[in-house]
Design a binder for this molecule. Sequence first.
Ligand SMILES: *[C@@H]1O[C@H](CO)[C@@H](O)[C@H](O)[C@H]1NC(C)=O
Ligand SMILES: *[C@@H]1O[C@H](CO)[C@@H](O)[C@H](O)[C@H]1NC(C)=O
Ligand SMILES: *[C@@H]1O[C@H](CO)[C@@H](O)[C@H](O)[C@H]1NC(C)=O
Ligand SMILES: *[C@@H]1O[C@H](CO)[C@@H](O)[C@H](O)[C@H]1NC(C)=O
Length: 347
Amino acid sequence: MKPGLLEVMRMNRICRMVLATCLGSFILVIFYFQIMRRSPFGVDICCRKGSRSPLQELYNPTQLELSNTAVLHQMRRDQVIDTCRANSIVSRKRRVLTPNDLKHLVVDEDHELIYCYVPKVACTNWKRLMMVLTGRGKYSDPMEIPANEAHVSANLKTLNQYSIPEINHRLKSYMKFLFVREPFERLVSAYRNKFTQKYNTSFHKRYGTKIIRRQRKNATQEALRKGDDVKFEEFVAYLIDPHTQREEPFNEHWQTVYSLCHPCHIHYDLVGKYETLEEDSNYVLQLAGVGSYLKFPTYAKSTRTTDEMTTEFFQNISSEHQTQLYEVYKLDFLMFNYSVPSYLKLE
Ligand SMILES: *[C@@H]1O[C@H](CO)[C@@H](O)[C@H](O)[C@H]1NC(C)=O
Ligand SMILES: *[C@@H]1O[C@H](CO)[C@@H](O)[C@H](O)[C@H]1NC(C)=O
Ligand SMILES: *[C@@H]1O[C@H](CO)[C@@H](O)[C@H](O)[C@H]1NC(C)=O
Ligand SMILES: *[C@@H]1O[C@H](CO)[C@@H](O)[C@H](O)[C@H]1NC(C)=O
């Protein structure tokens, strides 16, 4: 952050403090009662405690215990920057971002946070947390928010809804973070969730029918109509078919993190990992100054896709297709420091 900007922020804060003492007590009492009626945590969740922003806390930690974590996250940031440079993504695609590229960036003005959500990487729980953080006391427990509620787009504000100067200001002074996961584990998780479960037919109709029509010889009329029995092999064949991405961008559940969050154009301050989800999430909450009473929800992981499961799914994929699929997701592997899976047979 530029020193000039810091000065302005400090002045703003002094002004606010003075004002608060003059006008404060009366208004505060009313305000307090209004908020307390809604939630016992209301006051805390509403407004950042103390004067340091999450960005300052991240880059210049006051608590000694956070210093080691800060080093780890510096390494993760460097890895992203190095990968972007090595693949000359920054210079090759010298295009500017358009508001449409910012649809996945959820904004929390009260705590100065921006979260880029990636489906299949704990995004429901992180959206719930963002609703608690931006709810000004409406919610205190993230798990009280139903999952489908967390995915209603009107419940969270995204960066594309602001004006250009507002976007730039927020990109500069808010702490930007995202959560990533081993790319093929995420892919298998998406496949299992969207194609092997009967409860929601919209993916079967929208994508399943298309995949079967294109990838299955001698498909039955029923399969062509329902699209509800897509094999993992067929799903992979669909993903590596150059025709697919020419036609339209991948669905967000299997789109690369690189294309959803633009990490070579937006400098993420913090890269959280699914493999250390709770630790990294609670670190974000700590930086935001809410860590003492808001924690990442722990939940049963019995159905979650594991490395062993992923290995099994890939056994049926030819090495030619494995190689092509790795090419599609290569940048996500490199950028977020995931090694080539040992089960792959690359050509
Ligand atoms: C990348 O991963 C390796 C091994 O998994 C680890 O030793 C190394 O510290 C990681 N590097 C970064 C930048 O995270
Ligand atoms: C089915 O999936 C679609 C697309 O993700 C979603 O809009 C819809 O709400 C889902 N329906 C149910 C019943 O889960
Ligand atoms: C498709 O079905 C026909 C007739 O049943 C059969 O002769 C042919 O071998 C099948 N083709 C494939 C690729 O399975
Ligand atoms: C792999 O292929 C075999 C034979 O087609 C099939 O029975 C099995 O279910 C497949 N495994 C996975 C994980 O898709």
